[in-house]
Design a binder for this molecule. Sequence first.
Ligand SMILES: NC(=O)c1ccc[n+]([C@@H]2O[C@H](COP(=O)([O-])OP(=O)(O)OC[C@H]3O[C@@H](n4cnc5c(N)ncnc54)[C@H](O)[C@@H]3O)[C@@H](O)[C@H]2O)c1
Length: 411
Amino acid sequence: MNALAATNRNFKLAARLLGLDSKLERSLLIPFREIKVECTIPKDDGTLASYVGFRVQHDNARGPMKGGIRYHPEVDPDEVNALAQLMTWKTAVANIPYGGAKGGIGCDPAELSISELERLTRVFTQKIHDLVGVHTDVPAPDMGTGPQTMAWILDEYSKFHGYSPAVVTGKPIDLGGSLGRDAATGRGVLFATEALLNEYGKSISGQRVVIQGFGNVGSWAAQLISENGGKVVAVSDITGAIKNSNGIDIPALLKHVKETRGVRGFHGADVIGPKSILVEDCDILIPAALGGVINRENANDIKAKFIIEAANHPTDPEADEILAKKGVVILPDIYANSGGVTVSYFEWVQNIQGFMWDEEKVNDELRTYMTRGFKAVKEMCKTHDCDLRMGAFTLGVNRVARATVLRGWEA
Ligand SMILES: NC(=O)c1ccc[n+]([C@@H]2O[C@H](COP(=O)([O-])OP(=O)(O)OC[C@H]3O[C@@H](n4cnc5c(N)ncnc54)[C@H](O)[C@@H]3O)[C@@H](O)[C@H]2O)c1
């Protein structure tokens, strides 16, 4: 099932549990605006190259739309649509005053030079600058983009609209970025995992953890989990997968990845097949790379007791059913990886206030939001007698539905 079909299915199940009427359901599902632009740039060798950029603005009932921009060869309109919708429910679950959006450019950033990436980002910004804005739609980094990409967007946008640091989040600190934003999604994953384990009378200490993806989210999650006594026994990235049942030395792996740009070749662990990472023996599995990786082909072989969805939509609905029968507890993406957008919200607030918070305040506030979010999700699970995914969906959809009705927008 593709990402959009899976997301729509989860939304419809939640709408049914909430008893939403069909007109409201329809108006919540249909995106506010879908943008598709051609971005042509001169390459370093003087030839021209064209890339397709997307921005889907899903919903703005609760505030400006918010969501990342992804650079990846597999970016397609359906996937961007699904991710935009997930952002609408995610910002509502986090209870921050935003709607949802998502964007991307179909390109392989590893094959573009820094100056080509800069030109591509600036052309994309020129094409969408009048459709995004501090109180309209606030982009952020996602897979294949980072603080430098946000700096280029901020600079290009400011040429048209005057200096506007709050137009993007995930910026470098020197341009108004928030302390703690870089680690925020990984730190949120830690807080979310702690909240879940607490329900089972457990703590992170001693848990055996497997992580797919060692980029921003996966590497920060690995670092913070190991600092808190968890044992990271296997990790993978695009370059390969490695395992050490005694626990991988994460600081040493971080150093290796910084030097070689991948986990491949790390001496402190054994090489395993990239597909076997998800079915390794462990207590906690954290997918932190691509969507759709847990599916009917591998769900039966998964050994983890808990899955923490750091990536967006890593589990498809067929796998959800198989895993539920096996008793595996899944902490869903729209709650588990909401630490990033929550600290993005803190960054936007700081930019608008013109006042910078210290890192301790950012991390303390993040813990408060993640803990409160977990309690709210559990309340919905009790009310609707459902699993954590439906608890999170009903929470998010209900909050957006209430805002929609209050604004008089239901058809
Ligand atoms: N960065 C954020 O703040 C944030 C917030 C919420 C959700 N997410 C989600 O988390 C996931 C990771 O995002 P990120 O920001 O860490 O991206 P990133 O680009 O920093 O890292 C992605 C990682 O995934 C690895 N990867 C790519 N293809 C892979 C494959 N086939 N097998 C194994 N590993 C593979 C890459 O090598 C890299 O280590 C995405 O699904 C993203 O949407 C990110």
